[in-house]
Design a protein around this ligand. Structure first.
Ligand SMILES: [Ca+2]
Length: 351
């Protein structure tokens, strides 16, 4: 399932070298999400005080809560609620109450529909796009924090690599590129993000409506309160930034606590490895080699000092299942190699 090939949802990477506060916050939020009440409330009317109810008022007059709030006049949201009731047996009053609390987020609309560029056409095509992209991720902070993340999660990473047949450095690098090892998991409430994208934007509304459906199902299956999970503006969650559909099909409970929790380091590590495995990762096989010229299975990257040519192997395409961009996959590959080298040096020096 290639959700990112149609979904270019990278947030601006954050060069956050500060404390682990953000991670702790994210984990705290995740814990509150896990410990929440069951997500589906029984469709039970409030108790009727028979002593105070005149006999002339039949009980059928009771109406479940109607949709109020931002989306109270949205026929599309009302249709969606009816769909969830009909298809998935959700309680209508529960969903009315839930969507009454959903907020339309203007910044999400702006990010999904960036203003077109109206300036003059550039006199020369811009070169060096790969060099600029690479500089965001191949930093000392990413390499050092990657090696530290690997050391801190040594057992989980070794187990995930062995269980799913995925080279450990690529598990670490994906989490580094996606969320700077969990420090930047996003702060947007997923319910607001997906409701806004599904009902207030056009371009990929169908995709986001499906992800909203998956999000509600995921919340019910995992026992999350759907008002709690936070993530990217596009609805991606946890250290590996899984969309709800990927969460449902590919997330694993890798620490065996009975919950799939992608804000948990161990579950995220297992889930990223599972994602790679299910998309055909070939353990210990090459990813990409630099070559001198363009040829079969070669990509060209625009570097500051001229084009770079890389021969890419099937594993490169597996990384692109995560995000369908050559620059993204190459950044993950090079960061993986750099982290591996740093980690091995650390291990060697500690012996
Ligand atoms: Ca778990």
């Amino acid at each position: 399932m290639d959700y990112r090939s149609t979904l270019k949802i990278k947030e601006t990477p954050v060069k956050n070298t500060s404390s682990t506060c953000a991670l702790q916050l994210a984990l705290a939020l995740a814990l509150t999400g896990c410990a929440s009440n069951p997500s589906v409330q029984p469709n039970t009317p409030p108790p009727v005080d028979t002593a105070a109810t005149p006999l002339t008022q039949p009980l059928e007059e009771y109406q479940p809560p109607v949709l109020t709030g931002t989306y109270s006049n949205s026929p599309a949201v009302q249709d969606f609620i009816r769909h969830m009731v009909f298809e998935h047996k959700f309680s209508e009053s529960y969903l009315n109450n839930l969507f009454a609390q959903a907020k339309r987020l203007d910044y999400v609309i702006r990010l999904e529909n960036p203003a077109p560029y109206n300036g003059p056409a550039p006199s020369h095509p811009k070169v060096g796009g790969w060099t600029r992209y690479r500089q965001q991720f191949l930093t000392e902070a990413h390499i050092n924090n990657g090696a530290a993340f690997w050391s801190n999660n040594e057992d989980s990473i070794r187990k995930a690599s062995a269980t799913y047949g995925v080279d450990p450095e690529y598990i670490v690098a994906i989490i580094g590129v996606e969320t700077f090892f969990g420090r930047n998991v996003g702060k947007t409430r997923i319910l607001d993000a997906l409701t806004t994208l599904a009902f207030d934007t056009q371009r990929r509304a169908g995709f986001f409506k499906s992800e909203l459906e998956n999000f509600l199902l995921m919340s019910r299956e995992e026992g999350y309160d759907p008002l709690k999970p936070v993530g990217s503006w596009a609805g991606a969650m946890g250290l590996g930034q899984f969309m709800p559909s990927s969460f449902r099909t590919l997330a694993v409970d890798f620490n065996n606590d009975g919950h799939r929790n992608l804000w948990d380091q161990c579950d995220a590590i297992g889930s990223v490895a599972h994602y790679f495995s299910r998309h055909g990762w070939q353990n210990t096989m090459p990813v990409a080699n630099q070559t001198k010229s363009y040829g079969e299975s070669t990509i060209e990257l625009s570097a500051a000092k001229g084009s770079e040519f890389w021969r890419v192997h099937p594993n490169f395409k597996v990384i692109k299942k995560y995000n369908n961009s050559d620059k993204y996959a190459m950044a993950v590959h090079q960061l993986a190699q750099a982290i591996k080298q740093r980690y091995m040096m650390t291990v060697a020096s500690s012996r």
